[in-house]
Structures are given as structure tokens and as C-alpha cells.
Design a protein around this ligand. Sequence first.
Ligand code: NAD
Length: 233
Amino acid sequence: MTGIRNIVILTGAGISAESGIDTFRSAGGLWENHRVEDVATPEAFARDPHLVQRFYDMRRAAIQEKLPNPAHFALARLDAEWKGGLLVVTQNVDDLHERAGSRRLLHMHGEHLKAWCTLCDIRHPWRGPLAGNPPCPSCGAHALRPDVVWFGEMPYRMGEIYAALREVDLFVSIGTSGAVYPAAGFVQNAVELGAQTLELNLEASQGSHMFHESRLGPASEVVTAWVEEILGA
Ligand code: NAD
């Protein structure tokens, strides 16, 4: 790969799988024994806020027990050593990229470790449960929800993502099924602008045919090898 200056990397649940965090689509179509519609939509929250808060409370507690894996560390090394432009756009709501040391990073689907007050619109760092309906530290209202983007809601920071994609020379997709839009469409944007595109995934995804190259294998291996390669080039 020559002539590469600006890199955009999209990561999905697959990069955190080897850290012990479940991906989204299990064989039965359930996410930790729940249907997506029951826990990850605004309608579900309106219908049964306690169930949704409990589900996210469990996941928020669980991710704090997990550790970054070699794939997260490889991307942090790339961040530290790559002199050109770099942006890691993660769909993940865990904090394993930042714990590994990534800095040029944005969370397009929000973060487990934040709570959002729907009354005063302020976001707070949050590690404990929300199911007891605690007050917002800023305004005191009992209107906190997980700061995650649910199905049917607008992802965060799309302007910054599309600005980075307009300048991209190499677009890399890691551990994502290519099923959730708008993230699944980023490869198309990159191709139309003449960028090279690479997929790193455990198995071919729905969108594999759109990439110039696919390398299959566990993220801890294929991401580490690719970072070695691009930094050595
Ligand atoms: P997904 O579950 O739809 O797809 C996971 C992808 O990861 C698949 O393509 C699978 O082949 C691949 N994969 C599994 N194990 C892998 C490994 N060891 N190495 C490399 N690849 C591996 O996930 P998605 O595409 O990210 O979309 C689901 C949505 O769910 C996202 O929007 C995200 O917000 C959310 N989610 C986040 C987390 C997290 O924060 N860790 C976990 C689950 C779901």
C-alpha cells in the first residue's frame, strides 16, 4: 500500500470479542438473551424503562471487568506512530480503545460509561447503575438514560466522520458485520472518493464484496499483523 497519508478505521463489536464482550448477532438472533427491539430502541425504553436500564446496567458493569486485547493495543500503537491523518470511528460503546491508549477516536454510537440527562441535555461520566432512577448531578431531574444510540436514533458526530472520509486514502473496517447503517455505507463513500479499502474480520461480512481486499481471522492476529505492515512500509 503506497501513497497512504490519511487513514479512517471503522471498528465494530468483533474487535472486542476476544476481550470477552459479546458481539451483537448471536446465532439465535438474540443479544444476551434479549430481542433487540426489547432493549435497544427508544420505544422499548418508553414501554419498560426498568428492563432497559437493568440490561444496560449489567453491560456497563461487565465491560469494567474486561481488558483491551492485542487488536486494541495495535490500533493505539498506530495512533502513536502514524504521522499522517488518522481517525478511529468505533461503533462500540465499550471503552477498550481508549484504555489501550487510542486518542484519535470517536464513538458514533455513544458510550456505556456515560449517562445522558434528557431534561438538561448534559452527559455525565457514569459507572454505577441507572435502574434506581438516580437524579442528574446537574439539574436533579430523574431523567437519566444510557448515553448510547439506539436503533432508530441518529448516530453521533456524523459531520466529523464524513469530513474525515472526504480526505481518506485508506479505509479499514474491523470486526463489523456491515449490517448497521450508516456505518455500513462508509466503505461506499470511500470507494467513490478513490480510496483503497480493506476489511479485517473473522469471516466475510455482508459488505465484503465492496472492499478491495479482505483479510480473515481473529482481530488480535489480523489487526496486529496489518499495523506491523503499514508502520513498516
Ligand atoms: P455485529 O455483532 O453485528 O458483528 C460482529 C462482527 O464481528 C461480525 O462480522 C463477526 O464476524 C466479527 N467478529 C466476531 N469475532 C471476531 C474476532 N475475534 N475478530 C474479528 N472479527 C470478529 O457487530 P457490529 O457490526 O459492531 O454492529 C452491532 C452494533 O452493536 C454496533 O452498533 C454496536 O454499537 C453494538 N455493540 C457494541 C458492542 C461493544 O461495545 N463492544 C458489543 C455488541 C454490540
